[in-house]
Design a protein around this ligand. Sequence first.
Ligand code: S3P
Length: 449
Amino acid sequence: MTQATSSSSRPLRVSRAGSPLSGTLSVPGDKSISHRALMFSALAEGKTHITGLLEGEDVLRTADAMRALGAQIVREENGNWHVTGQGLGALTEPADVLDMGNSGTAARLLSGVLASHGIMSVMTGDASLRRRPMKRVTDPLAGTGAVFLAREGGRLPLAIQGNASPAPLDYRLPVASAQVKSAVLLAGLNAEGETRVEEPVPTRDHTENMLRHFGATVQVEQTPEGGRVIRLQGRPKLTARDVVVPGDPSSAAFVVVAALLVPGSDVVIAGVGLNPLRTGLFTTLREMGARLDITNERIEGGEPVGDLHVRASSLQGVDVPADRAPSMIDEYPILAVAAGYATGVSRFRGVEELRVKESDRLASTVALLEQNGVHTKVDGDDLIVFGTAGAIPGGGLVETHMDHRLAMSASVLGLVAQQPVEIDDTAFIDTSFPGYFGLLNQLGAGFAA
Ligand code: S3P
């Protein structure tokens, strides 16, 4: 099990960038799509080839779990992967506990799969994941007839007795969460009849898109209130289909903000996924005055993709509406760094979901900024950041609490702060963005990592 022990932690001191960032790069594959590609291909009949899979620790945990459930998963020498599945309902009981590491997506999506197979399994994770709420998935999934035994507060480790003939669910999400939506839909795959999920605000739709790609019938309707209703016909025949994973916009976010803030920078990030339910950060940065252009737009593997051209810009404060949150939920820590460097005040509305991410990201983002001399205020579920007009004092120690996005946000803040910034641990960056420091150094960031 991964532990945040001092022996495995990787502290880092980051100093102001001495020169502009420049060059062209691509970022690793999309984490959400990578998890889904491994899980869904393991449920399909035949051999799926996956190109561009993210080889971050989170996704490797999903690969291990699907192997433990009977799928054949192989990494080829050229970096492509292939998965051979036996078809829906054919997973076999794992011999040991499934360790999902740091990954909430892996744990929550897999719960839906395990609930709808007649096998017994136990799932755990690292100290961060064992703190995160699972009742948001086990409550609806119990309606399938599966039985869950969890620790106090519905936390991991979690024992699951799945049901080989699950009942289909009809569920309205109480929180805007693509993970919960996906868990319900995945349980519905092996259920006779129609599974229906209603979401109050649209969340990323990679599950819907990829299930269709593998042959399922998924219908989506808008509700008059601006939400969506998703209907899945149970027991489809899922057939192996190749998957191309685009670059992760949530990883590109750190490079984009670094290039916007480090004076004189000019960077191109090629092949970034631009699913409209993921691009709230780019919309927001443009509202702040970012020179961020999208070129070479195309469809690859069923998802919109483009190249991002970013030039250093002077940014103004921004007011981000609550209904944009699902389309940029992982990007608030790095947006907070941009807002801290901007001129004027920013308000991020309705960001309560940040409290249940890899860390309590509302508290840890506030601490990141305050430790480095940027003033903030939490007003109910809103975060307010008082911009320093390009004069972030820095000099603080950032505690990252096993949270990769906190660590990367702190590193970008360090590139533009007046005094060096200490980061307690950068090891968790490997969960989503292996090679982060090397790539940024190719642009001229000068990290000592
Ligand atoms: C994800 C959904 C989001 C996001 C996470 C990945 C997914 O979580 O924070 O990093 O792949 O479905 P929620 O759906 O719980 O907001």
